[in-house]
Design a protein. Structure first.
Length: 92
């Protein structure tokens, strides 16, 4: 795929629709263990492109502390905090 032409076309379309100049393009993708492959490295090296990589294939501890704001009310999987269940607040 010709990523450079694709990004140029997206920038031209966005500038035409907004009538404003583009500062940069944020390219979001995923990579095993957060390490970019060849095409992702090429995209990240393009001018005015910021590459943001999510990670997959990363080993995580069995129990992980989660901030309270991550919990969804009523979801037992997200009620766990550092290996113990947090009391629910509000409705039952």
């Amino acid at each position: 795929m010709d990523y450079e032409s694709l990004i140029d076309a997206l920038v031209q379309q966005a500038e035409a629709l907004s009538e404003l100049p583009m500062l940069r393009v944020h390219w979001h993708d995923s990579a095993r263990d957060g390490v970019p492959d060849g095409s992702q490295q090429f995209i990240g090296d393009l001018p005015n492109v910021k590459l943001r990589l999510g990670r997959f294939g990363v080993e995580r501890p069995a129990e992980r502390c989660r901030p309270a704001h991550w919990a969804r009310p009523g979801d037992a999987r997200t009620q766990r905090s550092c290996g113990r269940l947090r009391p629910r607040s509000g409705r039952r």
